[in-house]
Design a protein around this ligand. Structure first.
Ligand code: NAD
Length: 296
């Protein structure tokens, strides 16, 4: 039986680890949060007392952590010194390209195979096992990465060498942040014009305004039952995480000399929403700020 160590059991990692267990793999799970650990135990995972304990007999290690500094620290201090050299290391967190390349270089130097494999799809897809994975790894390792990812995935695409998965993710999420703000502005304007929100959805979802932010993750409560807008914008993809991704895009853009003015505006709007107290809400809650309401 494949032994998978799963580190980081939050909004995304919890569902992903559960799908590894459902696929018949032996999952050793660890998170700093006792509540997250209890949830994973109920979903069929074994609970470890530390990262070191979780990885010590692993065939594969999957990490789903908040940001670059967490990934750098957990790899340098716990995973690389304790995992067997044969373990395949797959980081699914969204982090900066430089951190991904630095961790890949350390892992490779220590004799490991490593992949950056960030995901797109949100918590519903994490629970359903239908995430999209974008992978940066050495070409010969891709088949093994795909096999480990399979129970969590709808589609897995190799973007290129180490760091390429994160580059794809940062560009994708810049589109998402910009498009969500566009959809929210349209609902706020429709409301001011006296147009019913559900009727606007019905029309725009069948017209050229159609996009994922509208039809899969609608910020207006009602039309898309699985969207966080129907549960007070709780769970889902936190606005603070979206802000993190937009900052990563702007930093990468400045270094690469790219022109990303709408990305910069989206970063500014999410920074404002975060400062107003909305960082813990799902990122579609920025609708409330654009309607002139206080978050929460
Ligand atoms: P989260 O904050 O819910 O989960 C992160 C988990 O990591 C927490 O449970 C935390 O306790 C744990 N953690 C932090 N440091 C740790 C350590 N040293 N050892 C063990 N556990 C540790 O975040 P999330 O929403 O699950 O997102 C995780 C990653 O996935 C982020 O990089 C995010 O950008 C990315 N992502 C999130 C979504 C989404 O919709 N939520 C979608 C795509 C990608």
């Amino acid at each position: 039986m494949t032994r998978v160590a799963f580190i980081g059991l939050g909004n995304m990692g919890g569902g992903m680890a559960a799908n590894q267990a459902k696929a018949g793999r032996e999952v050793m799970a660890f998170d700093l949060s006792p509540a997250a650990l209890a949830k994973s135990a109920a979903a069929g995972c074994s609970v470890a007392g530390s990262v070191a304990e979780a990885v010590k007999a692993a065939d594969a290690v999957i990490t789903m952590l908040p940001a670059g500094p967490h990934v750098r620290q957990v790899y340098a201090e716990q995973i690389l010194p304790n995992a067997p050299r044969t373990a395949l290391l797959v980081d699914c967190s969204t982090i900066d390209v430089d951190s991904a390349r630095a961790v890949a270089a350390q892992a490779k130097a220590a004799g490991f195979r490593f992949a950056d494999a960030p995901v797109s799809g949100g918590t519903a897809a994490a629970e359903a096992g239908t995430l999209a994975f974008m992978v940066g790894c050495d070409e010969p390792d891709f088949a093994a990465v795909e096999q480990i990812i399979e129970p969590m995935s709808r589609i897995t695409i190799r973007a290129g060498d180490h760091g390429a998965g994160q580059a794809a993710k940062i560009c994708n999420n810049m589109v998402l942040g910009i498009s969500m703000i566009g959809v929210c502005e349209a609902f706020a304007l429709a409301e001011k014009l006296g147009l019913d929100g559900e009727r606007f959805f019905e029309i725009a979802s069948k017209s050229s305004g159609q996009c994922w932010s509208l039809t899969s993750y609608c910020p207006w409560p009602g039309p898309v039952p699985t969207a966080p807008s129907n549960r007070g914008y709780e769970g889902g993809f936190a606005a603070a995480m979206m802000l993190k991704d937009l900052k990563l895009a702007q930093e990468a853009s400045a270094r690469a000399g790219a022109a990303t003015p709408l990305g910069a505006t989206a970063e500014g709007l999410y920074a404002l929403f975060d400062r107003l107290g909305g960082g813990g809400k799902d990122f579609s809650a920025i609708l409330e700020m654009l309607r002139g309401n206080a978050p929460g």
